[in-house]
Write a protein that binds this ligand. Structure first.
Ligand SMILES: Nc1nc2c(ncn2[C@@H]2O[C@H](COP(=O)(O)OP(=O)(O)OP(=O)(O)O)[C@@H](O)[C@H]2O)c(=O)[nH]1
Length: 523
């Protein structure tokens, strides 16, 4: 037995400088007596074995340098005899590259090739495997039964490499192994390159998405800003018109009696109030329309009612929209907007605006709480979905950003009660974090003014509305637009001009459906 002969295949894997693993496991397959052992021993020990001793299973190891790259070949010489092939599946499974041997002096050995190839593909569960087809004993030309072309054609047909070789003369013995190794390397490099490309395109996609989200947010805030400016300008315009009309009336009718002037003023005042109300109502309806999206108009809002008798101060909307998100408001990083989608047949969803800084412990507690009783986590998802045809399954998805953790909860009963429980729980968290969220989020850069959030310079939405709002008549500018603004899921909330960091939900829009008056601990 040669020095390269090892008792069992090595399990170790080493890695070359190029990052490819260079311990290559090669399995030699073929009909009995075709010369598998002779080829392997010729490669590893440089001699030809004249006698025939049917193989059961033998492993060989040889260190070679192929294309200036060193590698170790772990070669598994398998049994060709029919009665000794019980282990073949296991041999195949343990290897990465294959040499299928036939002898050019035997048609039947050639006919077996297809069966070996099929077995390899079946066991490895893939069609494309690195395989070298070797037509051995080519020194016995006078006994040839299989032509070179036949060998090449079959190899091509089955996606294999092909060579004719002779274990006796050593012709193409090394080359057949070396070509197989090259093929194995090519494939491994190809997979690695593809993985790299995949990673690159993934990160490109991520960047693209985040930049698009940023752009969208900017557009949203700008739109809201423009809306508010337009509103304020309209108010101002009407106010100026009214004022100037009043002034003109007063000057042109200077000679009139005092009674006439007073009547005119009263009339103009009435007109002014009517116009302001009309403008306000128009703007409110525009805002509702804008933020109900394509799902139809905003239908109703209530903080308590027959369906939800004991809700805490939160808003519930009925809409066909299916929005699930939790996002921080532009300009108010410590205020999070939570939207829970309740996917019933009525398509209800519930919106809360809360200051939140959710950590793992909270998530687990939340999960645990909501998982108790009727509420199920996503682990039971399929079971619950299967039952959903008969039962009215309610699905809740709560998504915590920026970690992008998604939690889903299911309930098949007591929807109002469930909403109430969720609201209670979240309000509890809101209360908990209301006091310290600013410090937690900005530990190194404390806000000099604790009642006001730090507003980024590039966020016009948080800054711009203040000026026109203050110059316009106070009542419509500050109260009327705020309601639709904060009831919308995202951007409108950010433009609530007076929302301070710690009390935004309470003060930004007391009448706003999305904002709780103040997140209080109701649990
Ligand atoms: N002339 C000639 N004889 C060969 C060649 N290769 C192998 N033989 C002979 O063929 C016989 C069988 O060779 P093995 O290498 O034992 O064949 P095997 O495929 O390993 O056989 P199993 O172990 O039964 O599967 C031996 O007597 C070898 O000397 C070759 O290239 N030329």
């Amino acid at each position: 037995m040669s020095e390269n002969h090892v008792s069992s295949p090595s399990k170790s894997k080493t890695t070359s400088a190029g990052g490819l693993h260079n311990n290559l496991k090669i399995c030699v397959l073929g009909d009995g007596g075709v010369g598998k052992t002779s080829i392997t021993i010729q490669l590893c020990s440089n001699h030809f074995v004249e006698y025939y001793d049917p193989t059961i299973e033998d492993s060989y190891r040889k260190q070679v340098v192929i294309d200036e790259e060193a590698c170790i070949l772990d070669i598994l010489d398998t049994a060709g005899q029919e009665e000794l092939t019980a282990m073949r599946d296991q041999w195949i499974r343990s290897c990465e590259g294959f040499i299928i041997v036939y002898t050019i002096t035997s048609r039947s050995s050639f006919d077996q090739v297809t069966l070996f190839k099929e077995q390899v593909s079946r066991v490895l569960d893939k069609e494309s495997v690195p395989i070298m087809l070797v037509g051995n004993k080519c020194d016995l030309e006078h006994l040839r039964e299989v032509t070179l072309e036949e060998g090449k054609d079959l190899a091509k047909c089955l996606g294999m490499l092909h060579m004719e070789a002779s274990a006796r003369t050593r012709h193409n013995v090394e080359e057949s192994f070396y070509e197989l190794v090259r093929e194995m390397r090519r494939r491994e490099r190809g997979i690695k390159d593809q993985k790299k490309d995949d990673n690159k395109s993934k990160s490109k996609f991520k960047t693209m998405v985040s930049s698009n989200v940023k752009k969208l947010n900017k557009i949203k805030t700008r739109t809201m800003n423009n809306m508010q400016n337009t509103f304020c300008k309209t108010i101002q315009k009407y106010y100026i018109i009214i004022q100037s009309t009043t002034f003109q009336s007063a000057t042109t009718n200077n000679s009139s009696t005092t009674t006439t002037t007073n009547n005119n003023n009263l009339y103009l005042l009435k007109m002014k109030i009517i116009i302001l109300i009309a403008v306000t109502l128009a703007l409110v309806s525009i805002s509702y329309g804008s933020y109900s999206g394509n799902q139809g108009p905003f239908i109703s809002q209530f903080t308590s009612g027959p369906s939800f008798p004991s809700l805490p101060p939160i808003a519930v909307y009925q809409s066909k929209a299916r929005i699930v998100e939790l996002k921080s408001e532009a300009g108010y990083p410590n205020i999070w907007q939570l939207i829970i989608n309740i996917d019933t047949k009525k398509f209800q969803f519930l919106t809360m605006r809360l200051p939140m800084d959710v950590d793992q412990e909270d998530i687990e507690l939340l999960n645990k709480t909501l998982s108790s009783g009727d509420y199920k986590t996503s682990a039971d998802r399929s079971t619950w979905f299967n039952r959903s045809n008969n039962l009215q399954i309610t699905r809740f998805s709560i998504r915590f950003l920026p970690d992008d953790k998604m939690f889903e909860f299911y309930s098949n009963s007591m929807v109002p009660q469930f909403i109430k429980d969720v609201a209670n729980l979240l309000n509890k968290y809101a209360q908990k974090y209301l006091d310290n969220v600013q410090a937690a989020l900005h530990p190194t850069t404390p806000n000099p003014n604790p009642t006001k959030p730090t507003q980024p310079k590039d966020n016009p939405a948080a800054l711009a509305p203040a000026a026109p709002a203050s110059s316009a008549p106070a009542a419509p500018a500050s109260s009327a637009p705020a309601a639709p603004a904060s009831s919308a899921p995202a951007a409108p909330a950010s433009s609530a001009p007076a929302a301070p960091a710690s009390s935004a939900p309470a003060s930004s829009a007391p009448a706003a459906p999305a904002a709780p008056a103040k997140p209080t601990s109701t649990a």
